[in-house]
Design a protein around this ligand. Structure first.
Ligand code: ADP
Ligand code: MG
Length: 332
């Protein structure tokens, strides 16, 4: 496994060792899987349909029992935990949100805290806090019913409900799959912002490599037969696919995708000498990605872009600098 990846100095929150699942009809859904997820890390399981992603997720919260291997959460063997107790510490978000259709949004979200013995008033407070957290103003949405919400809003309720017990671990199975592409991007961005605040340990399943690269601190690429083909950071995965299965899956546009996961660095900038700020289009921040830098150059129709660290210009980036930055990210 890639020990240079994010969070490897933190003890794993989730550890799968030699985990396999063979269904009764003989289908090998997951094969000898070793996977560690550090506390606070967002790991994406990605791969074509039928390669064992959902099965893996459901083994973590014991909706499915593994045939072989062990799964530990926070050092505890999950097969020895009480499943009800276990699921309390694990939020679970699925594509078809599974809201109660005849209950209001507020009641839907309150269900979990009520289940854990909170008073009605506390549960309602908690529900409102969570609704605000996911961008659903309680004054407007508390009394609505699921069918009165858009797909994206229902998905937000699903996330709010999964967070209701404040679980350290969140499992998400194609959580943004059922909404249109524009809403999907918005939900992804919102979730990333939320995750920065909450710092949950998240395992997210998707079949969409773009979503995987965008969301994951690390990405586990699954191949047919439930085999783990590669487990690496998005940048590593795109720059150095482990084998043909991964490079096929990552696709011919992986070069472009690398732009979105490679940050700027001071050493690839040229000095501001001779360039007046007026010659440049809009400036970008030093913590931007190469993709953002190129997007501004193209939009403003300039051969370079000014880079700022806070309020101060620290240099300009040219397409040559972009090339050098990509090169350097490979050499790491
Ligand atoms: P993914 O989520 O990656 O699409 P799944 O984990 O759902 O894949 O399924 C992995 C494999 O296991 C597939 O071949 C699927 O058909 C099979 N499978 C899933 N659930 C069952 C089941 N209950 N019984 C038999 N085979 C199953
Ligand atoms: Mg699935």
């Amino acid at each position: 496994m890639d020990v240079t990846a994010t969070g490897s100095d933190v003890p794993p929150m989730i550890r799968l060792s030699g985990v396999g699942k063979t269904y009764e009809d003989g289908t090998v859904a997951v094969h000898e899987l070793d996977l560690e997820v550090a506390a606070g890390e967002l790991v994406v399981l990605v791969g074509p349909s039928g390669c064992g992603k959902s099965t893996t997720l459901k083994m973590i919260n014991r909706l499915i029992e593994p045939t072989t291997g062990t799964i530990e959460i926070d050092g505890q063997d999950v097969t020895r935990s009480d499943p009800v107790q276990l699921r309390r510490g694990i939020g679970y978000v699925i594509q078809q949100v599974g809201l109660f259709p005849h209950q209001s949004i507020e009641t839907n979200v309150m269900t979990v805290p009520l289940l854990y013995g909170e008073s009605k008033a506390t549960a309602r407070d908690r529900a409102h806090t969570l609704m605000n957290l996911v961008g659903l103003e309680p004054a407007t949405y508390a009394g609505r019913y699921p069918h009165q919400l858009s797909g994206g809003q229902r998905q937000r309720v699903g996330v709010a409900r999964a967070l209701a017990a404040d679980p350290p671990v969140l499992l998400m199975d194609e959580p943004f799959g059922a909404v249109d592409p524009v809403v999907r991007v918005r939900l992804q961005d919102e979730f990333l912002r939320l995750q920065q605040e909450l710092g949950k340990t998240v395992v997210l399943v998707t079949h969409d490599i773009d979503e995987a690269v965008k969301m994951g601190d690390r990405v586990a690429v699954f191949a047919a037969g439930g085999r783990l083909a590669q487990y690496a950071t998005p940048a590593e995965l795109l720059a150095r696919p482990a084998d043909e299965v991964v490079s096929d899956f990552v696709g011919s546009t992986s070069g472009l995708r690398r732009l979105s996961v490679t940050p700027l660095a001071l050493e690839h900038l040229e000095p501001m000498d001779g360039v007046s700020a007026g010659d440049l289009g809009a400036a970008i921040d030093l913590d931007s990605t190469l993709e953002q830098a190129l997007a501004v150059m193209l939009r403003d129709d300039r051969p370079m872009v000014g880079v700022k660290d806070g309020a101060r210009f620290v240099g300009v980036l040219t397409p040559l600098g972009v090339h050098q930055a990509l090169r350097a990210s490979l050499a790491e």
